[in-house]
Design a protein around this ligand. Structure first.
Ligand SMILES: C[C@H](CCC[C@@H](C)[C@H]1CC[C@H]2[C@@H]3[C@H](O)C[C@@H]4C[C@H](O)CC[C@]4(C)[C@H]3C[C@H](O)[C@]12C)C(=O)SCCNC(=O)CCNC(=O)[C@H](O)C(C)(C)COP(=O)(O)OP(=O)(O)OC[C@H]1O[C@@H](n2cnc3c(N)ncnc32)[C@H](O)[C@@H]1OP(=O)(O)O
Length: 382
């Protein structure tokens, strides 16, 4: 796999850093999640392929141990509030001094500087400060955060993973590590570059929810079907729009012009009535195999059995039968091989990992006895 041989120390976080760690693990890195001791359950629901060691970082021995692990690792990924790692004596200054090749990835909401740097926050707050949230939502309604996808995962976990891979690539030339400052505000804004840079062509001139791509246009929206499901319509270009009208059995001579913005409410009313006359399955049969850009809005229950997803095996099942998306993108020679075993319990691999990092049994037993580390058996999963 592409990241085989890369050793990552991931300090346990809430959602974005676990996703970043999972991406690296899916593509072959050895990812060791550092959990707290005396915690029953991990909050990490994206632990695929990771190992877990439980270390009490509030002890000097725990901090010394983590420093030793970082000396023999390629990447450390930390998701804490600005200043937390420095307070523990685990800041980049210390760790890069001991291992100049280390890639020190920091993943926070607001980044490592600026007046908000130390403030608590979540996806919705970062999205708000990025400017993007102001553009999300239907006309006349309040801004709406699309789950916690944009800041936490697109702008956070994914952007941080990109930073790590870039730094690993650069290290092959310079032999040097570096610090990555991932701000979810900036990551989300960067993901939104198209919105910023397409303002000059007038794509966003109207208020929120009244533009072509934000549910303003009737040919770029969702419609309810007679069985209470939905179809997604993305028929922008005239040749695709014509196919939409054909599928709906509408005569364009009897309709307003596609790009006549003032007629969009009327067009939407016509499309709504049409789509409500047949089931999702009926419409799928009509539009599949055409260029109308009309697809069913699949539920989580429907996705894996959809013929397209099925043929590409786009969803996988782990050993407990839990379904999830397979890693993307697909690399032709070195594709990801996601681990199908169930997620680690906190401290499941403490002894195994410490042995691998060269600690003797006596040293490990001493740390276990002193409560510096904890090892939990898999039976804790039951
Ligand atoms: C919208 C999303 C968030 C969604 C998260 C949900 C998926 C989960 C939220 C709650 C979870 C549930 C809950 O935990 C209860 C159950 C628990 C059970 O185990 C599982 C089921 C649960 C129901 C569980 C289920 C789900 O997991 C939840 C529903 C987001 O937006 S996430 C993005 C958040 N923002 C960031 O990550 C930005 C960067 N980070 C921060 O700004 C802060 O970390 C943050 C997130 C604001 C939290 O601040 P906090 O004050 O809590 O922490 P920090 O200031 O960072 O300090 C960390 C302290 O911890 C010490 N520490 C760390 N490691 C160790 C260790 N190994 N040993 C000892 N101590 C350790 C560290 O030294 C710091 O201590 P100090 O405070 O003394 O400096």
């Amino acid at each position: 796999m592409a990241l085989a041989g890369v050793r990552v120390i991931e300090l346990a976080g809430l959602a974005p850093a676990p996703f970043c760690g999972m991406i690296l693990a899916d593509f072959g890195a050895k990812v060791i999640r550092v959990d707290r001791t005396k915690f029953a359950t991990a909050v990490d629901t994206q632990a695929r392929g990771k190992q877990s060691v439980a270390i009490n970082l509030k002890s000097t021995e725990g901090v010394a141990l983590l420093r030793k692990l970082c000396v023999q690792s390629d990447v450390v990924l930390e998701p804490y509030r600005k200043g937390v790692m420095e307070k523990l004596g685990l800041g980049p200054k210390e760790l890069l001094k001991e291992n100049p090749c280390l890639i020190y990835a920091r993943l926070t909401g607001y980044g490592q500087s600026g007046p908000y740097a130390t403030a608590a926050g979540h996806d919705i707050n970062y999205l708000a400060i990025s400017g993007l949230l102001s553009r999300l939502g239907r006309s006349g309604e309040k801004p709406y955060a699309p789950l916690n996808l944009l800041a936490d995962f697109a702008g956070g976990g994914l952007t941080c993973a990109l930073g790590i891979v870039l730094a690993l690539l650069e290290r092959t030339r310079s032999g040097k590590g570096q610090v990555i400052d991932t701000s979810m505000v900036e990551g989300a804004a960067y993901v939104g570059s198209f919105i910023w840079k397409s303002r000059r062509i007038g794509l966003w001139d109207h208020p929120k929810g009244e533009n072509m791509l934000d549910s303003g246009a009737p040919f770029y929206d969702t419609y309810q079907t007679s069985d209470g499901k939905y179809m997604a319509v993305g028929a922008i270009e005239p040749q695709f729009y014509r196919q939409l009208l054909k599928g709906l059995e509408l005569d364009d001579k009897e309709l307003p012009e596609q790009m006549s913005v003032s007629d969009w409410p009327e067009l939407r009313r016509i499309f709504t009535k049409c789509f409500a006359s047949k089931t999702q399955e009926d419409w799928s049969r009509i539009f599949d195999g055409t260029d109308a850009c009309v697809t069913p809005v699949l539920s989580f229950e429907q996705v894996s059995s959809h013929p397209h997803n099925q043929e590409r095996a786009s969803f996988i099942k782990d050993s407990s039968g839990e379904e999830s998306p397979r890693p993307a993108p697909v690399l032709s020679r070195t594709p990801a091989e996601p681990c199908l075993a169930s997620d680690p319990v906190i401290g499941e691999h403490t002894v195994e990992v410490l042995e691998e990092y060269g600690f003797t049994s006596a040293e490990i037993n001493q740390m276990l006895a002193a409560g510096v580390v904890e090892c939990n058996a898999v039976k804790a999963k039951l």
